[in-house]
Design a protein around this ligand. Structure first.
Ligand code: CDT
Length: 345
């Protein structure tokens, strides 16, 4: 049974420290309008879509830092509300990443899934794997990644959810007939993650154990973060090529190993003329092939017409979990964080 949807990644180019949110929202709405033109039903925007990627910077005061956070219900924020209004008008579901400050004062690197047909947020996700350091590097030339300083690890787990209104003639609880199989016939099963999460197979597996058919994530990945990537000497150009290679590698491999589609959306370009973020937004199919890919390092919409039924082959054959997984051998995975090597000979 075909279950087709038209999806897109809305890649967003450079945003400087002093770029106002209204200017950013106008750019996002342009991308949404382009998506409407292509009859897109779902658009994925990047991690921390609304501002420069501020974890590169050390802020001296809470006030300076808090300019980059959203406080309270993001759909009601006067700055951001026009984006949700446009999504409703265009009938397009959106995933948007942002820095969230809770009432208790906690910071999270968050994204939400806003359903145009339901006119509300269906699901929130908070980034689990926070890269980088708490303290800035001593080297003043180093590019910092202070997510561990500014955010708490996500506390919502990996919540898979169904999104209504995208695929016609699906099986619902209310229309279910006795004995009828529902697998691969209900509303699409989605999961969200954020940037560094994509490098962790555990995150993907948590979703695929819930039958995920499409994983969506935004990213901000430095093109030359020599202090974080490792010590092998490379030119900035080589480092950027390598960063792009790894980004594609994990998306393609994990889409295949979890028999799901995936959409990645980059915040990219040269922020403040100095902070170089890779592009390479991509849409992958469950066999691991890239079916759409950004060609620029700026604002760009990439679109794909996908059929979620294409997940069935992987889920029912090579990666039929119920027949092939051997959980009796995987105990360490959720008991041990670091590496324990075998004893020396
Ligand atoms: N935003 C984010 O998570 N960026 C990281 C940078 C890696 S730091 C070693 C990423 O995984 O792309």
């Amino acid at each position: 049974m075909a279950r087709k949807i038209i999806v897109a990644a809305a890649q967003v180019g450079a945003i400087n420290q002093d770029t106002g949110k209204a200017e950013v929202i106008a750019r996002l709405i342009n991308l949404l309008n382009e998506a409407a033109h292509h009859k897109v039903q779902l658009v994925v925007f990047p991690e921390c879509t609304l501002t420069t990627f501020f974890p590169c910077h050390l802020f001296q005061t809470q006030e300076e830092l808090d300019r980059y956070f959203e406080h309270g219900d993001i759909t009601q924020s006067p700055d951001v509300a026009p984006l949700f209004e446009q999504a409703k008008t265009s009938g397009i579901d959106i995933v948007v990443g942002y820095a969230e400050r809770t009432l208790e004062g906690n910071g999270y690197n968050t994204c939400i899934y806003f359903s145009a047909s339901e006119r509300k947020v269906l699901q929130k996700y908070r980034k689990v794997h926070l890269p980088g350091t708490v303290e800035p590097f001593e080297d003043p030339e180093a590019i910092n990644q202070l997510e561990k300083r500014y955010f708490k690890p996500g506390d919502l787990g990996f919540p898979a959810f169904r999104a209504p209104g995208l695929v016609p003639d699906v099986v619902k609880q209310s229309t279910l007939k006795a004995g009828q199989s529902t697998v691969g016939r209900g509303d699409p099963i989605f999961g969200m993650m954020i940037c560094n999460d994509r490098r962790w197979p555990e995150a993907w597996r948590m979703y695929s154990l819930k039958g995920v058919e499409l994983v969506m994530f935004g990213f901000n990945t430095g093109g030359n973060m020599a202090h974080l990537w490792g010590s092998k000497p490379m030119t900035p150009e080589q480092a950027k090529t390598e960063a792009l290679f790894h980004s594609k590698l994990v998306q393609q491999a994990n889409s295949y190993m979890n028999a799901c589609f995936s959409i990645s959306s980059a915040r990219c370009g040269l922020d403040d003329g100095k902070y170089d973020l890779i592009a390479g937004s991509a849409i992958c199919d469950p066999e691991g092939h890239v079916v759409a890919e950004a060609q620029t390092e700026g604002d760009e919409l990439i679109v794909a017409n996908i059929d979620l039924a294409d997940c069935r082959q992987g889920k029912e054959k090579t990666f039929d979990f119920s027949r092939h997984r051997r959980v009796e051998t995987y105990g360490l995975i959720d008991k041990q964080t670091g590496v324990v090597e075998p004893e020396l000979l």
